[in-house]
Design a protein around this ligand. Structure first.
Ligand code: NDP
Length: 288
């Protein structure tokens, strides 16, 4: 039997509509328009596409965006000064510095300077700590979006087993924290994990955030499991570029209970959750 396809594109569209309505209500009640500042340093083509998509979504949701495009030669101090200025600007509720940054700029230093209460990417160590101890804060957008998709299929994870493949600070670790907060029994797998297929076969919820095209095969999946494929990998098929996930979709769809496709799965949820984090920040700024 074929799995249910989790339509991240449709869920994200629904979420963006709700954000637009809530943003309009915030403007009517408090005269506040959620503002997102996006900083792009250099000309990395993939980063330019990501930033363009984020700015488009911001406009669609009725949020305000401020774009700061700096040349690749920009020095670290200039970027730090810009972050300080944005931290102090009350019209800015969210600050996003697009990664990667050019070599001469220490990304940890820049991200660490962002006011944790404007850190809508959720990368600041303070927000990682808040998530870890269960305090309100910003959750990184990709895990937040993935968890919303999981909640739609299986709202109660008590007694369920979850496996997250990948332990990055931006996806794997916060994803594991979210699943734990939902009472799942969580395993984090990574490149040193022994017999990864056997570990994956224990999962009622399997999240793949690895960066290896089609690595997770059908026989790694417990029948009926929810499979969330975070991977975005560009490969060549018949001389043409194609985007695939970390899961071998054609095999997995025959075994899983529900699965996200790539594209139109987790990707659109990531951007929608950036909007949601910016809205949350603006609401908090007026005591909401
Ligand atoms: P990282 O490269 O930071 O982390 C990858 C993780 O996968 C590491 O923990 C690594 O283990 C683990 N890993 C690598 N190879 C293996 C292997 N053979 N077996 C088991 N584990 C392995 O990647 P990110 O977390 O940033 O991103 C992961 C994927 O998600 C990428 O494809 C990225 O493009 C995609 N992505 C998608 C987003 C979206 O919006 N859909 C947003 C962000 C990322 P170790 O720690 O031991 O090295």
């Amino acid at each position: 039997m074929s799995a249910e396809i989790i339509d991240g594109f449709a869920v994200a569209a629904e979420l963006r509509e709700k954000i637009a309505a809530d943003a309009a209500a915030l403007k009517a009640s408090h005269g506040v328009v959620p503002g997102l500042a996006v900083v792009l340093v250099g000309e990395d083509p993939a980063s330019a596409v990501y930033v363009r998509n984020k700015l488009k979504a911001t406009a669609e949701c009725g949020l305000k965006s401020l774009e700061f495009k700096l040349p690749a030669s920009t020095g670290e101090e200039e970027v730090l000064a810009l972050v300080r200025r944005l931290n102090a600007d009350p019209a800015v509720h969210g600050i996003l510095v697009q990664l990667p940054l050019p070599k001469q700029i220490d990304a940890d230093k820049v991200l660490g300077l962002i006011d944790p209460d404007k850190d809508v990417d959720g990368f600041h160590p303070v927000n990682a700590g808040r998530l870890s101890v269960g305090l309100p804060g910003f959750v990184p957008c990709t895990p937040r979006g993935s968890q919303i998709l999981i909640d739609k299929i299986l709202p109660d994870l008590s007694g369920k087993t979850a496996v997250v493949i990948g332990r990055s600070n931006i996806v794997g670790k916060p994803m594991a924290q979210l699943l734990l907060s939902r009472n799942a029994t969580v395993t984090i797998a990574h490149s040193r994990t022994k017999d990864l297929p056997a570990v994956c076969r224990t999962a009622d919820v399997l999240v793949a955030a690895v960066g290896r095209p089609k690595m997770v095969k059908g026989d790694w999946i417990k029948p009926g499991a929810i499979v969330i494929d975070v991977g975005i990998n560009r490969i060549e098929v018949d001389g043409k570029g194609k985007i695939v996930g970390d899961v071998d979709f054609d095999e997995a769809v025959e075994v899983a209970g529900a699965i996200t496709p790539v594209p139109r799965g987790v990707g659109p949820m990531t951007i929608a959750c950036l909007m949601l984090n910016t809205l949350d920040s603006a609401r908090r700024s007026v005591g909401g």
